[in-house]
Design a protein around this ligand. Structure first.
Ligand code: URA
Length: 237
């Protein structure tokens, strides 16, 4: 990111922004070997070399980890060419450039992890790391015994057989049912397609857990920072 020099110095812990401005005006700061004593000067956080009294000042990259309850009607990106709501309409005032780990459909709600830790994102989304994802689904009919066993055996969708998944009916409704589904792949619209393939139409879909990390009582559109144990847990998955 391109930031003002005094902001860079403050973020790197040299001094407050005001004090950093003094250092700049006093000629104690150089950028790429040249003294800068202009307050509007901007630096590239990744590329420029900033020195204070001849000693390099490096910003520590701060990793952040957020659990977000994505509402329906929000795209899992930080920008949308059609002007739809994005995660950044809900998760505000965060300086770091965060992005979602995996995705949820526009019409799916629930738990989404947001981070700037590319390494964790890679590991959590890589197909070889079989992280369970738990969904609560409302379907238009009660899944038959056959449907349940097909889920457990794997279902061919888009020419590919899904890995064994679990479906557990938790409530029968007047019309349809509520079920818990656990899958550990993350193919495009996978739960919807699996339900369709066994004759059930998805009426609503919500992700409630990623591994042991649960959405808890986060309200729709709300987010919270993960605690140390949760971060450690995800890193060790
Ligand atoms: N499966 C789906 O069909 N949609 C999602 O958003 C997530 C899993």
């Amino acid at each position: 990111m391109i930031v003002r020099l005094q902001k860079y110095l403050a973020k790197a812990g040299v001094a407050s922004r005001r004090k950093s401005e003094e250092f700049i005006l006093n000629g104690r700061i150089s950028v790429n070997g040249v003294v800068v004593n202009e307050l509007g000067f901007k630096v590239d956080e990744e590329a420029d070399i900033v020195e204070f009294d001849g000693k390099e000042v490096r910003e520590e990259k701060r990793f952040i980890y957020i659990a977000f309850n994505k509402p329906v009607g929000c795209v899992t990106t930080v920008r949308d060419q059609f002007g739809r709501k994005t995660i950044l309409d809900y998760v505000k005032n965060i300086e770091e450039r965060i992005y979602p780990v995996g995705r949820l459909d526009y019409d799916t709600s629930g738990l989404l992890i947001l981070t700037n830790d590319g390494d964790l994102t890679y590991r959590l989304t890589h197909p070889k790391h079989n992280v369970d994802k738990t969904y609560i689904v409302k379907v238009d009919r009660v899944p038959s015994k056959k449907a349940i066993s097909e889920f457990e055996k794997g279902i061919v969708i888009d020419g590919y057989k899904t890995a064994p998944a679990k479906i557990n009916v938790i409530k029968k409704l007047e019309k349809g049912a509520v079920a818990e589904i656990v899958i550990h792949e993350g193919r495009n619209r996978q739960v919807r397609k699996m339900c369709n393939a066994v004759g059930c139409k998805v009426l609503s879909l919500k992700r409630i857990a990623i591994g042991n990390l649960v959405i808890g009582n986060l309200k729709k559109g709300e987010y919270r920072y993960l605690n140390e144990n949760e971060i450690l847990y995800l890193k060790n998955l």
